[in-house]
Design a protein around this ligand. Sequence first.
Ligand code: GDP
Ligand code: MG
Length: 161
Amino acid sequence: MVGRPNVGKSTLTNSLIGEKIAIMSDRPQTTRNKIMCIMNTDNAQIMFLDTPGIHKPQHKLGEYMVRTAESTLQEVDVVLFVVDATEKRGAGEDYILNLLQKVKTPVILVVNKIDKLADKQKLFQIMEGYNKLYKFAAIVPVSALNDSEFPGLVQEITKHL
Ligand code: GDP
Ligand code: MG
């Protein structure tokens, strides 16, 4: 799960922790990645990882951290790129998109906070905008705050396991 600070990664993680979640961890499992949660579905077990350092603009990161971020993106089955539907794409998003261009891993764009969008036409515009920048495997709108289940997201993730 990648995305600049405040887009709702922690909220999404917490909402994913419904009945189906087995583990929530706050400790780094390795020096590189942190398991955010593990979800058991009927036919799969999905481990969500956070990579400390991946969310910051590049000039603040050492070369080692950038390489670490890139290799994590390469090693996972699928990347969830979380963005805020109510804010313009910024440096944080561009930095991550740039990293994503360097790897072949499928990327699902998760457009979060759709509950805050009064005008649903805006959602379409955001999706169109991102769609022009990158060939996403899927684009899934969610409200991490209000939704308690994410069947569409889980279905898209499962395609890449
Ligand atoms: P993170 O930095 O990416 O982990 O973002 P957080 O999960 O900490 O969320 C940042 C802020 O956005 C918090 O105040 C959340 O309550 C809020 N937030 C997250 N998801 C949603 C959502 O779907 N809808 C709304 N309205 N607020 C959200
Ligand atoms: Mg967080």
